[in-house]
Write a new protein. Structure first.
Length: 389
């Protein structure tokens, strides 16, 4: 029987995913240490668990007939499980409480934006497996793709949607996403050339002038979903410790107009005159005071593209080429280190660096190893779902 390799639990593996191929392409030694030897991060990362919670809550929201608030409540229920469990947070994620707030904001944003998204009759968490060499000695080897959402466009065509929770927004240049290697591989495996990223873009807790925020609740004739620019942040406790944080905000064009008007005021008495101008903008509602809890700096971004039909054979050939390389590396037990310490910077941030530096203390500090009897399903899910920050 043909196989690619045996996993850490002794399982014969005959398939490869985009994540597995990316690991091997980045560094064959990394591939071996994680997927064959079974080393994994000792510390749990917030990014993985948080992203999974957001995706599960989105799926729950659809499964419960889009009942308002259900997705938010489901996220909160899931995330409460992690309140007392140590996780590694990035500076943007900050801590459990801020991740709790961000997740609730994400699900509220999704609820607001869904009518304008091409997500209809969605099916979640599908697996497309495609053999590369049917009818040959390598017929058992397959490429497998894990698709977050399969949706239907208005004209009846299907679209693959990959869900991301990440630090920065995607490049929104028209057609740019058609060059994404993951989406091209998924299109080849499924035969579906319409692809999209549904991106939940994280934010830091800070709030300052110039920040872009989105309304989560209606503010009079300003409806939820409206994007505003922050004029000023009013922190609680400045005048009354019992008050909640607030912001002053308005449409970007209005804020720019007001800023230009204020910039023209100079000389004696300018402070009072500027205050009068700001008060006038507030009085007629061009800018407004809004509770901090009713806005978010988090963003929901939709980016869509069509994979050109002529790109599909290349994607399949590249997948096959890499799978043969993995098979050959396993048979010859040849797993070279192909990292980088300058550009691209790989090794200094690699979780496996203790092995390559011959530092048992660092291996002990960073990694744990699963044994042959350990159930590896969750471990593999983490490998397939690692978030790019």
């Amino acid at each position: 029987m043909t196989l690619l390799y045996k996993s850490a639990s002794g399982k014969e593996v005959r398939h490869a995913s985009y994540s597995a191929i990316s690991d091997f392409d980045s560094c064959p030694r990394l591939f071996k240490l994680s997927r064959i030897d079974g080393y994994k991060d000792k510390d749990k990362k917030c990014s993985f668990e948080f992203g999974k919670a957001v995706e599960d809550a989105v799926q729950f929201y659809h499964a419960n007939n889009l009942k308002p608030g259900d997705g938010i409540d489901e996220f909160k229920r899931i995330w409460l499980k992690w309140k007392e469990i140590p996780l590694v947070y990035t500076s943007q994620e900050k801590d459990w409480a801020w991740a709790y707030r961000m997740g609730a904001d994400f699900l509220r944003l999704y609820e607001i934006c869904l009518p304008d998204l091409p997500i209809r009759n969605p099916k979640f968490q599908l697996n497309y497996a495609k053999p590369l060499w049917p009818g040959t000695d390598l017929a058992e080897l397959e490429f497998t793709s894990f698709i977050d959402i399969l949706s239907t466009l208005e004209d009846g065509r299907r679209i693959i949607v990959d869900v991301k929770t990440q630090k920065n927004p995607m490049d929104s240049t028209p057609g740019m996403m058609s060059l994404d290697p993951q989406l091209k591989d998924y299109a080849w495996a499924s035969g579906i050339r319409e692809v999209g990223f549904l991106c939940f873009v994280k934010s830091s807790p800070s709030m300052k002038k110039g920040d872009s925020v989105t309304l989560l609740e209606d503010q009079g004739d300003w409806k939820a979903g409206r994007v505003l620019e922050v004029v000023r942040f009013i922190e609680h406790g400045v005048s009354d410790p019992t008050e909640e944080d607030k912001i002053v905000a308005g449409d970007t064009a209005i804020v720019q107009l007001m800023d230009a008007e204020l910039a023209e005021i100079k000389g004696k008495g300018s402070t009072e005159k500027k205050a009068e101008v700001s008060a006038a903008y507030l009085a007629d509602g061009r800018i407004r005071v809004i509770l901090r809890q009713n806005v978010t700096k988090c963003r929901l971004q939709w980016v869509q593209a069509t994979i050109p039909e002529e790109d599909l054979p290349d994607a399949g050939n590249q997948i096959g080429h890499k799978m043969i390389q993995i098979k050959d590396a396993y048979e010859k037990n040849f797993w070279p280190k192909t990292g980088g310490v300058r550009w691209p910077v790989k090794c200094p941030n690699c979780r496996m660096r203790g092995h390559c530096l011959n530092r048992p203390d660092l291996v002990e500090q960073l990694l744990v190893k699963i044994g042959p009897a350990v159930q590896e399903d969750e471990w593999l899910k983490e490998l397939e779902s690692e978030e790019t920050e």
